[in-house]
Design a protein around this ligand. Structure first.
Ligand code: CO
Ligand code: CO
Ligand code: CO
Length: 346
């Protein structure tokens, strides 16, 4: 649906590119008083995708929220993408989402039909994810915002944090990179419609199938690649796991057009923030890993794929099964004992 008022024109930054930098958040939360609870097995201090709270021996609650300004003009698609992105953090913990609440901000210029379509998109994805939207909260503000607060469940012993990677693990990424660069260039009308349709469909795709397969193959660790980019989230996984992450650059899936656009300078502000945050932890081992390629690895993704650490002996079979339903899934690297630096680009 095309509405008269272009949604993205009402937004000052697009999608997960609006996310505040990782370093900034950590420093702002410092020194706050909070209760300790042994049932909280993943909390705010872990910079993980969601919090996890043990309820019974075999059930833990997974909670997360995500919302952002419009990344596309089609309100239904925007709702789908925002919901898929919010649900993704539960999948990234190895969990299954069950309940959700709408989080919405309306700006005065928005048409009623657009608001309805955004919500319809959210309900559509929630339904696909077997999740019930039970209510929510809507306010008026300067810019439109939409997203979900999601609750799900996971077995307390099967939680996939971003700190469980082990030496020998194979790293698999399920969605191609370059979304931030492409959506930035799209604002200047530099991206052809067929490619836009493809990346919109990619962003609206749930990480549900990816989650189900990774759980089946006993993944050790997982995170979804969103605002902090492959290298930002990879950096957190490396540090959290106390291991070194090796990225085999030639194997990383990305949209070729994003490479051209990055060389032309279409780099979202978030990519610079991600570089500032992670660069000291990244060693570039080859001089032919170009700057545009590095920009793609620092590019913030909206509703990106899962980055999973799969035990070596299961990796090949796991990848084959992933590729049956997610053709873009690719092996992007491997994990070793901690070396001099956290990430090696090879
Ligand atoms: Co996440
Ligand atoms: Co998130
Ligand atoms: Co995780």
């Amino acid at each position: 649906m095309e509405t008269e008022v272009k949604l993205t024109k009402l937004a000052s930054c697009a999608g997960c590119g609006a996310k505040v930098g990782a370093g900034t958040l950590v420093s702002m939360l410092e020194g706050f008083r909070t209760h300790q609870d042994p049932r909280l097995i993943v909390g705010y201090d872990k910079s993980d995708d969601a919090s996890v709270y043990v309820i019974t021996e075999d059930t833990a609650l997974v909670q997360t929220t995500d919302f952002f300004p419009p990344i596309v003009d089609d309100p239904f698609l925007y709702g789908q993408i925002a919901a898929a992105n919010a649900l993704s953090d539960v999948y990234a913990m190895g969990g299954t989402p069950r309940l959700a609440l709408n989080i919405m901000c309306l700006s005065e210029q928005m048409e009623k039909e657009a608001v309805q379509e955004i919500l319809r998109g959210g309900y559509d994805k929630a339904y696909e994810a077997d999740t019930i939207i039970t209510g929510g909260h809507t306010i008026q503000g300067a810019e439109p915002i939409y997203g979900l607060a999601v609750s799900g469940f996971v077995h307390p012993k099967k939680v996939l944090t971003n700190s469980g990677a082990k030496p020998g693990d194979v790293l698999i990424l399920t969605k191609p990179l370059g979304i931030g660069i492409l959506t930035t260039a799209a604002k200047a009308d530099l991206v052809e419609q067929p490619l836009l349709d493809r990346i919109y469909r990619q962003m609206a795709t749930l990480n549900k199938a990816a989650r189900n397969i990774m759980v089946k193959y006993g993944a050790h660790s997982c995170t979804d690649v969103t605002g902090f980019a492959l290298l930002g989230h990879g950096f957190e996984m490396a540090q959290g796991s106390g291991c070194t992450v090796h990225i085999v650059t030639d194997q990383v899936p990305y949209h070729k057009e994003a490479y051209e656009l990055a060389s032309m300078g279409f780099i979202p502000a978030g990519a610079y923030r991600n570089r500032n945050y992670a660069e000291a932890g990244v060693t570039v081992t080859r001089s032919d890993i170009t700057l545009p390629m590095q920009d793609i690895l620092y590019d913030p993704q909206t509703s990106g794929g899962l980055l999973m650490a799969i035990p070596e002996h299961e990796a090949e079979q796991c990848l084959r099964e992933l590729q049956d339903s997610i053709p873009s899934a690719a092996k992007v690297g491997y994990v070793t004992e901690k070396q001099d630096n956290w990430i090696y680009l090879e």
